[in-house]
Design a protein around this ligand. Sequence first.
Ligand code: GLN
Length: 485
Amino acid sequence: MTIQFKSITELRAMLDTKSISASELTQESLQLAQKYKELNCFVTMNEELGAKNANSIDLENKTTSMLSGIPLAQKDLFCTEGLRTTCSSKILSNFIPPYTATAVKKLEDAGSITIGKTNMDEFAMGSSNETSFFGNVHNPWKKGYVPGGSSGGSASAVSAGIVPAATGTDTGGSIRQPAAHCGITGLKPTYGRVSRWGMIAFASSLDQAGPLARTAEDCAILLNEMSGHDSKDTTSLNSSVPDFLENINQPLDGLKIGIIKEFNLSDLDPEVQARFEDSKKTYEKLGAHFVDVSLPNISASVPTYYSIAPAECSSNLSRFDGVRFGYRAEDTDDLNDLYIKSRSEGFGDEVKRRVLIGTYALSAGYYDAYYKKAQQVRRLIKNDFDHAFQSVDVLMTPTSPNTAFKFGSKGAQNPVELYLEDLFTISSNLAGLPAISIPHGQVNSLPVGLQLIGNFLREDQLLNASHIFQQNSDFHLAQPNLEDF
Ligand code: GLN
C-alpha cells in the first residue's frame, strides 16, 4: 500500500477504516523520506519518538481529531523538545531545545506524528533554500531547481508526497512562494492568529506560522489546530477561532475579487500571465466578479520590508553569541573574541548581510531615515489595504513573478534579484493580513501559484475561495515525476 501523495482527508479515511495503522503510516512516511533522501528536505529525522507516538495512538484506539495518527514534518525553525532544532544554521547545529513551540505542540496534542525537521534557508532568510548550512533542497518537479524558500524543505516534502502536510513560517513569503514553486497549497494566517512562542525569531513583527499541504481543505485542518490565543506570546490574538472547515464549501456567487492596478502583470512571463487570466475566468464561472483596485503605496513594499526585517533580525540574532547554547568558536582570547569568532564562524553570508544592514538601519543618525521611514510607509501600505477591503472581499495576484529556477542562477551577483521573488507576497506581511497560494497550472513543466490575500482574520474566506477552485480544477492533483531522485 502506498501512502505517497495522499491528502490528510484520504489518510484519515484509511486510518478510520483500519486499512492502515498510525504506526504503519508513520513507518511508510519515514521510508519515503529515506527513499527521497537526495531531495534533502530533512535536517533531522524523528524515527524513535515518531514511532513511539504513533504506537500510543494505535493503543488509544479512538480518533480524537482529524490529525490523529497523521504524519507531519515541522520546519526546523520550531523548537521541538529533545529534537535538534537548527534553523539550518551552523550556529544552532547542536541545539536541542528544552521545550516545544506552541504551534507544533498543538498539532502533536491533536495526535499528529512529527516525522522530522525540514531544511530551510538559514534563519528563514532567503527565497530559494540556498542559504541553508545543510545544503540545497531540490524541487521535486526538477532536479537542480530550487524549491523556493525559506520553507523549502517543508514544501519539497509535501510536494514529493512524503508527508501530507508540514508547517512553515512566512515573514515575507516563505510559505506561499515555496508552495507555489512546488505545486502545493500554503497559507500564511493573519499576524497573531498562530502563536509565535517557540519559533526562532527572524523579524518578530512579520513572522507567522502556517500550514503547507496538498489542498486548501488540509490547510484548514491544520489551521484549526494551530490557531488560538497563547498567553506565552503577547502578540497572539485573543479572538475566537472559527472552524475553518465549516464554511469551506460555500458557493462563491457574488464574491468580489480585487486586482491590484499597481502590479503591472504585463512585465511577467506571458505564460505566467496566461495562467492568471485562465484562473480569473475560472473564478468568473464560479460566480465571482473582478474589480480593479488601487493600492498606491504597494510598490514600496520590497524596500520597506528590507529595512524593517533586517532591523528586527539584527536585534533578534544578537542572542546567538556562543555563550549559553549553540556553536562556540575554539581558541578565543577573551569574551569579546568569543562573540566575534562564534558569530563570524557560525552565521552564513546572507545572515551576516542582514545583520549588517539592520544594524546600520537602526544606528543613531540613520534610524529616522531608514527604520522610522520604513515604519511610516508600512502604515501607508496597511491603510491602502484597509481602503481596498472596503470594496472587495479578497485580492488576487500571482504568488511569484516566475517559476522555480536553477540552483545558483539568481542572486549570486546581486541579492536584490532574489529579493524581488517576494514582490507579490511581502505586502500582506507588512499589513499583517492572511494570504494563500494555490497551484494553478504549469509553465515549462514547473508549477505556478495563484495568491489570494484576505482581510484581517478572514482565513475562512481564503480557504473557501481556494477550496471551491480546487473542487473545480485538478491543478492541485498534479504530481511530480520523481524518477531522478
Ligand atoms: N524571502 C524573504 C526573505 O528573504 C522572506 C523570507 C521569509 O518569509 N521568511 O527575507
